[in-house]
Design a protein around this ligand. Structure first.
Ligand SMILES: *[C@@H]1O[C@H](CO)[C@@H](O)[C@H](O)[C@H]1NC(C)=O
Ligand SMILES: *[C@@H]1O[C@H](CO)[C@@H](O)[C@H](O)[C@H]1NC(C)=O
Ligand SMILES: *[C@@H]1O[C@H](CO)[C@@H](O)[C@H](O)[C@H]1NC(C)=O
Length: 405
């Protein structure tokens, strides 16, 4: 009898703790809009000719937009809501919701993932940051602020890069080589992300392989290998594999979308939409998969200014129209650069797992997932449904090992 009581009590306690951790409706709305933003931004970046690898955190972009809304007035501020497709949301709900979402997904303790996010707003030497703005952008978005003399370009670039290196424990040594338009304000996000797999790779199952960048060009990289049970979908019509690799204690997963064979990603990118990804996910089945994945570090830095303008943030980035006067009390600023940079490390570390699976027969005849050619990936959060990262690996670092034709 008392046992039943204890069980009932424990169940109640569990229900209560799950209840109190539930996302507020505003945060849930913004998680959803960050997922929409992810695909729009990805497509805007992917159509640039010179872009190779892509690595964007839509949640962090959304919080930078929140910071712009905090500093902006009238249509400069309201455009932020349009870009996030939350036109009707009140200001206070926008800030509180984004703030809640960011702290939920970046909490290293509950997430079991290394994700260092540092964000800074640089203003020209002439600017005076308003106290309220400094306080609120720190509180909601963990932004700090700094003045910089961008007319002395060399030392400005050095100082930005030094800050980013320090903020990421040296993982991101360079955000930019140059700064255009020295008269504006500048957003800089510097991040370091390293997943911890739900099931670890064996560090002895790593060897040197080649990654095919194009038919005539490959680079040497270390490849890690493991066979396990994964959610997997073979889209035979589109000749694409979709694989779900859970992270931490399944709070998030890395979803990889890869053509069967080497080809430019343009065909896959035409298919890529939020709806299509949901369809692929819904068709996944848990089965044995033999995975070979590059064990690589990748640093990617984007200037999002132009892309955000393309998505509708036209005023904040326009010197003649921007009203960011809640930042300084004066209408003297516009956004001249939005640097968004991440270091990503794919490595073997993860949780130990039940080895008896090897003798169980469940892993016989695995599907082969050999990631030796360009692929697209998403880091999808399991609780909030937000997208922590979206990107593509098309050209990893490594020694060139073949260049024929
Ligand atoms: C901007 O500043 C005005 C006062 O100058 C204030 O009423 C308004 O709430 C501020 N907006 C934000 C988003 O902080
Ligand atoms: C994730 O969890 C494992 C095991 O519980 C632990 O060893 C590891 O340090 C954690 N990693 C992070 C980044 O929290
Ligand atoms: C999401 O979390 C639930 C509960 O922990 C887990 O059962 C499920 O497998 C997770 N989904 C993914 C895709 O990891």
């Amino acid at each position: 009898m008392w046992m039943t009581h204890i069980v009932a009590f424990c169940l109640l306690a569990l229900a209560a703790s799950a209840e109190e951790k539930k996302l507020s409706s505003h945060a849930a709305t913004l998680a959803d809009s960050s997922a929409t933003l992810a695909f729009r931004l990805y497509h805007s970046m992917a159509k640039e000719k010179d872009t190779e690898n892509i690595l964007i955190s839509p949640v962090v972009v959304a919080s930078s937009l929140g910071m712009v809304a905090l500093g902006g007035k009238s249509s400069t501020a309201s455009q932020v809501k349009t870009v996030l497709s939350v036109d009707k949301l009140k200001d206070e709900h926008l800030h509180a919701g984004l703030s809640e979402l960011l702290s939920e997904v970046s909490d290293a303790k509950t997430r079991n993932t290394t994700w260092k996010i540092s964000s800074r707003l640089y203003g020209p030497s002439s600017v005076t940051f308003a106290d309220d703005f400094v306080k609120n952008s720190k509180k909601h978005y963990n932004y700090d602020h700094s003045k910089i003399n961008l007319r002395d370009k060399r030392s400005a670039v050095n100082s930005i890069n030094e800050w980013a290196a320090k903020a990421t424990d040296g993982k991101l040594p360079e955000i930019t080589k140059d700064v255009q338009n020295p008269d504006g304000a500048m957003i800089v996000n510097a991040m370091y992300w390293k997943p911890h797999w739900d099931e670890t790779f064996n560090d002895k199952m790593v060897d040197d392989r080649s990654f095919l960048v194009t038919r005539s060009f490959s680079v040497g990289i270390p490849m890690m290998h493991r066979t396990g049970l994964y959610d997997f979908h073979d889209d035979t019509e589109n000749r694409i594999f979709v694989l779900n690799m859970p992270l931490g204690q399944k709070q998030a997963s890395l979803i990889i979308i890869m053509p069967y064979l080497l080809e430019p990603l343009a065909r896959l990118e035409k298919l890529l939409s939020r709806k299509q990804v949901d369809t692929w996910i819904s068709k996944m089945e848990n089965k044995a998969v033999a995975i070979s994945l590059p064990k690589i570090a990748m640093e990617v830095s984007h200037n999002l200014q132009k892309h955000l303008a393309e998505l509708g943030l036209t005023e904040a980035v326009d010197k003649s129209k921007a009203d960011l006067s809640n930042i300084s009390g004066k209408k003297d600023l516009y956004l001249s650069n939005v640097f968004h940079a991440s270091a990503l490390e794919l490595d073997v570390q993860g949780n130990p797992f039940d080895n008896s699976i090897y003798g169980s027969g469940k892993l016989s005849n695995p599907k082969l997932f050999y990631a030796d050619h360009p692929f697209i990936f998403l880091v999808k959060d399991n609780k909030t449904n937000s997208i922590l990262y979206i990107g593509r690996v098309v050209k990893p670092k490594g020694d060139k090992i073949r260049d024929e034709l």
